[in-house]
Design a protein around this ligand. Structure first.
Ligand SMILES: Nc1nc2c(ncn2[C@@H]2O[C@H](COP(=O)(O)OP(=O)(O)OP(=O)(O)O)[C@@H](O)[C@H]2O)c(=O)[nH]1
Ligand SMILES: [Mg+2]
Length: 444
């Protein structure tokens, strides 16, 4: 596979200042060279001004071209980049010339996949590249950059080294069972590794939250001010507001960023039994959205007090994922007792009071502040491997305490170690790699 030379347009398609066509592989210089009038690219990494010509020698564009000589390149192979003037036709023509002269169109993420195969980066750094491109906030960008620069791999390698130590201590004991009881020294070491891996997992969890954001659904009875609240949080009139109960039918989704955390807000139809077919569909959609949400923003009209239906509904909600919002705080409140451990906040969508407190609560409920600023990027699959690794280590700890036998402990520790290698991509099968790199765009 690596004997061939790949090419793709690496910049976004469309009209822009410049477009970059990238060619990587053993024949990169030869293939690209056929269409560049300049023959001398002595300095690796230096941009040269030259003409881009077609097979008949017609000038297509005046371009900048650069050779990156292997092995210290993005992919670890020879790379030629041609920087054309931005324009779909120029970039496409250039790419077609390369493809009809020996290059193959790169698959999504294939340049980065080659970087991984040629050991220029490990799998967690590849994830960092992807996250960097997809980041929606500065904080998410920082988390991706920390991963890309190897902070995550460094920590995993460190933990892997410690596990390897423990494993060899246990295995020595398997070979010389008459020696000292191994658990005296191994147990505290293992506990240290468990703590370290748990911390790392929290940082990765925070990174994933930063990258994917959270889904918050605004729900509640009709007319309590859900749509008004959406508009207030967005600071624009996105949803229709009237004093007629049952105004909102479809789900209205908009994104906001709270301290770097992307939050998708969904305004939904007021929850009630209704004979109106359209409204009933809206209510069904609202219920589905709630099931799939990370956070429920349950709105109550504080000037009206709670109905029995509302009390029952609140009882059914998971308090760790719910914020009770007493809206219309500008009006005289009617106090009703609610026995719930849900966080509560008073707001007025009309006078825009209490919105900062609400935002702070949304943020607090979704992530831990210090972890968020230390977030590391990882894919959901890699996070799962880290989690499994932690479970194996915890089981190994139990097996030592319960004296289940050194071979069982050694087996569990070995599984934990192999899972860490998978995160780095050192034990990755083709399927894992396909899953990983298919999420990239062509040209990356
Ligand atoms: N005084 C006051 N009125 C509000 C406030 N928020 C909303 N309202 C009014 O309450 C009425 C209903 O507002 P909506 O935002 O449409 O309520 P909703 O919950 O989306 O209603 P449905 O879509 O029908 O479920 C409108 O007349 C709003 O002007 C508030 O904070 N204070
Ligand atoms: Mg509404």
């Amino acid at each position: 596979m690596l004997n061939d030379t790949i090419a793709a347009i690496s910049t976004a398609l469309g009209e822009g200042g410049i477009a970059i066509i990238r060619v990587s592989g053993p024949d990169a210089f030869n293939i690209a060279g056929k269409f560049l009038t300049r023959k001398n690219f002595d300095s690796s990494g230096k941009l040269y001004l030259t003409n881009l010509i077609d097979e008949s020698g017609n000038i297509i564009d005046r371009v900048l071209a650069v050779h990156f000589t292997k092995p210290k390149t993005y992919t670890g192979e020879d790379i030629c980049e041609i920087h054309t003037h931005g324009g779909i036709l120029i970039a496409r023509t250039c790419l077609e010339l390369l493809l009809s002269n020996g290059a193959r169109l790169a698959q999504p993420g294939e340049f980065t996949r080659r970087a991984f195969i040629n050991s220029r980066i490990d799998l967690s750094q590849a994830e960092g590249v992807l996250s960097l491109i997809k980041s929606k906030s500065l904080e998410a960008l920082h988390a991706a950059a920390r991963t890309l620069t190897g902070e995550l791999s460094g920590e995993i390698k460190h933990i892997h080294g410690e596990i390897l130590n423990i494993q060899s201590n246990i295995e020595i004991n398997l070979d010389f069972p008459e020696g000292e009881a191994f658990n005296d020294s191994v147990l505290p070491e293992l506990e240290g590794v468990i703590t370290r891996l748990r911390d790392l997992l929290s940082r990765c969890q925070a990174g994933l939250t930063l990258q994917n954001g959270i889904k918050a659904v605004i729900a509640g009875s009709p007319n309590v001010g859900k749509s008004s609240l959406l508009n207030a949080l967005l600071r624009k009139n996105r949803a229709i507001v009237t004093d007629i109960p049952g105004t909102t039918r479809d789900i209205i989704q908009e994104g906001i960023i709270i301290n770097g955390l992307p939050v998708t807000l969904s305004d939904t139809a007021g929850l009630r039994d209704t004979d109106n077919v359209i409204e009933a569909q809206g209510v069904k959609l609202a219920q589905e959205a709630l099931t799939n949400s990370d956070l429920c923003l349950y709105v109550i009209d504080s000037s009206r007090g709670l109905t029995q239906d509302e009390k029952n509904f609140i009882d059914s909600l998971d308090s760790s994922r719910t914020i009770l919002i007493f809206n219309k705080a500008d009006l005289t409140p009617v106090t009703t007792q609610v026995n719930t451990s849900c966080e509560k906040v008073y707001v007025s969508a009309k006078t825009l009071t209490g919105l900062d407190e609400l935002k702070a609560l949304i943020y607090e409920k979704s992530c831990n502040d210090s972890l968020l600023t230390n977030g590391l990027n990882i894919s959901a699959g890699q996070l799962e491997d880290l989690r499994e690794s932690l479970i194996s280590l915890t089981e190994a700890r139990h097996s030592i305490i319960n004296q289940e036998g050194e071979d069982i402990t050694a087996g569990l520790i070995n599984s934990a170690r192999i899972l860490l290698l998978r995160v780095l991509g050192l034990d990755a099968g083709d399927e894992l790699l396909d899953n990983m790199f298919n999420r990239f765009c062509v040209g990356k």
